[in-house]
Ligand binder design. Structure first.
Ligand SMILES: CCCCCCCCCCCCC/C=C/[C@@H](O)[C@H](COP(=O)(O)O)NC(=O)CCCCC
Ligand code: ADP
Ligand code: CA
Length: 521
């Protein structure tokens, strides 16, 4: 147990009619049952409890009236136990309780005491300790269209009541069209009024939020957001993600679960987790930012195919995943990359070879690989999600200024299936001869057909004729012709160009999260 440090308060209070020694320090609230008899009692519940002050959600006074207690939020609560006449004042502490698989829940304990002044002193002392680094005013964007279209219900039923209990005020915007949230953040939102932004939706909705926030921050700081060489200014507002999408990878990989209540509690306690952001350019023209997966080949094709099946909800990814696995397309091109350190091939994901030191720039040399690839994936975080609990790159860090470039070379369907199935298990998905992993700060990709066209990139629009032929060939596999181009899946959005230049910006944004906690063995 953590040491409590200097005590701010210590009293004898009652919990469910039993006497407890209760103490408060800057770091811990401890309540320890007074033992009247030293005899060990196997059926008595645990006698000593402690809660880090940083994990107290709120404290409220309870007032007794006509045999019931009224909460200070106006609702009523039956007294559960008979109390003596001199034991009428009470306050309730709500705190974080850890459940299975990184889930958090709100637990509560009610302390009673005979003296009103003592009771109020406790309430005000706890509230004073909670005042630091916690958000008080939040700007909330809800995508009512993502995932199973439950965003509004999830927010209203599971999250808003917790924010109210924690004394957080909110301005809520339910989006009416795609890019509504992005454009509101870019141009209209009065950001000075808020301590954070909350995104209710999936990875695509989160992408809208960061595009709005990063762009706005650069304009406010006089930085050109379009230039590939500019050092971008970090965003000061933290972002909370209430998962209500189809994959929810960014939430899952930064919190450990895709549970709305857990996310709401991380926001309330004011957690902070920096996050790397990749900028993606094409011929010096800004395309998009990415924080999770940039995937060409398999994951690009799955996304393109699945968008047409949005009516299926999240199951569209399973359908398109299977279809694209059977299609087994490979793509030719050149990947160049700037390694994060000397040799960056991480063979065993369980042994992470890299230090956690954050280097703003690298002095390494560019390297080049040409080949035929089934997939080119850049994972800036583990990309863990319910479909892949360890993620595409289990050892990737959230905020080390690097991305893990995973090259899956052309191989048999059987071998590719072995690799994909390892996404869903604990086996090392990289320990296969056709997979290479490089930890990089920058990388470029050029599809083969662009190189032979004097490095002139054909964008997807110009490439439409080829796409039509590819579609015919996809539909007639017997002709043996594979499409020349895939497209990039950028955090769940399709990029309009295939030749890209990617740069990692270390710790550009912050989340209301704390990374994945080690669970006790
Ligand atoms: C034939 C068996 C295939 C089994 C493969 C299972 C591997 C799943 C790995 C998923 C990695 C996901 C990385 C995250 C991507 C998201 O950004 C993106 C958009 O999410 P959202 O906005 O919430 O819809 N999701 C995808 O691209 C889905 C990929 C699913 C591939 C099967
Ligand atoms: N009101 C809206 N109507 C239609 N599309 C929207 C709306 N609000 C946001 N979007 C778009 O919906 C897309 C999917 O959102 P997301 O929340 O990521 O759900 P999913 O995980 O199911 O893809 C995003 O591209 C986002 O820009
Ligand atoms: Ca990273």
């Amino acid at each position: 147990m953590e040491r409590p440090g200097r005590l701010l308060l210590q009293s004898e209070l009652r919990v469910r009619n039993a006497a407890y020694d209760v103490s408060l320090s800057r770091s811990l609230l401890i309540w320890k049952r007074r033992t009247s008899s030293p005899v060990y009692h196997p059926f008595r519940p645990s006698v000593c409890h402690s809660v880090p002050v940083s994990e107290i959600i709120s404290v409220r006074e309870e007032e007794e009236e006509n045999g019931s207690r009224q909460r200070d939020d106006g609702s009523w609560k039956k007294i559960r136990e008979r109390e003596g006449k001199d034991c009428r004042q009470a306050f309730t502490v709500l705190y974080v309780e850890r459940c299975r698989q990184h889930r958090w829940r709100c637990a509560e304990v009610t302390f009673t005491c005979s003296d009103e002044a003592v009771c109020q002193h406790w309430v005000s002392s706890i509230r004073e300790q909670l005042a630091t680094s916690r958000p008080k005013h939040l700007l909330v964007y809800i995508n009512p269209y993502g995932g199973k279209r439950q965003g509004k219900r999830i927010y209203e039923q599971k999250v808003a009541p917790l924010f109210t209990q924690a004394g957080i005020s909110t301005s809520v915007i339910v989006t009416e069209y795609a890019n509504h949230a992005r454009d509101h953040l870019k141009m209209e939102a009065e950001l000075k009024k808020f301590d954070g932004v909350v995104c209710v939706g999936g990875d695509g909705m989160f992408s809208e939020i960061i595009h709005g926030l990063i762009w706005r921050t650069q304009i406010d700081c006089g930085v050109d957001p379009n230039s590939p060489e500019e050092a971008l200014s970090p965003c000061s507002l933290r972002i909370g993600i209430i998962p209500a999408g189809s994959t929810d990878c960014i939430c899952f990989a930064s919190v450990g679960t895709n549970d709305p209540v857990t996310s709401a509690l991380h926001i309330i306690v004011g957690d902070s987790q920096p996050l790397d952001v990749c900028s993606v350019h094409h011929n010096n023209m800004f395309l998009r930012y990415s924080v999770s997966l940039l995937g060409y080949g398999f994951y690009g094709d799955v996304l393109s195919d699945s968008e047409r099946k949005r009516w299926m909800g999240p199951a569209r990814y399973d359908f398109s995943g299977l279809k694209m696995f059977l299609t087994h397309h490979y793509y030719e091109g050149t990947v160049s990359y700037l390694p994060a350190k000397e040799i960056q091939t991480c063979i065993n994901f369980q042994i992470c070879l890299f230090s956690f030191v954050f280097h703003p720039e690298s002095s390494g040399e560019w390297r080049t690989i040409r080949g035929k690839f089934l997939a080119i994936n850049a994972a800036s975080m583990s990309c863990a999600c319910p479909r892949s609990p360890k993620g595409l790159s289990p050892a990737a860090h959230l905020a080390d200024g690097t991305t893990d470039l995973i090259l899956v070379r052309k191989c048999s369907r059987f071998n590719f299936l072995r690799h994909l199935l390892r996404h869903t298990s604990k086996d090392d998905q990289f320990d296969l001869t056709f997979i290479e992993v490089h930890r990089v700060r920058r990388f470029r990709f050029m599809p083969r057909h662009c190189q032979s066209d004097s490095d002139l990139e054909l964008d997807l629009h110009e490439n439409s004729k080829r796409q039509i032929f590819s579609q015919i060939c996809k539909d007639h596999p017997a002709c043996g012709c594979a499409p020349a181009y895939s497209s990039w899946n950028c955090d769940g959005e399709i990029l309009t160009h295939t030749g890209i230049d990617v740069r990692v910006h270390g710790q550009l944004i912050k989340l209301f999260a704390r990374g994945i906690e080690e669970l006790p063995a």
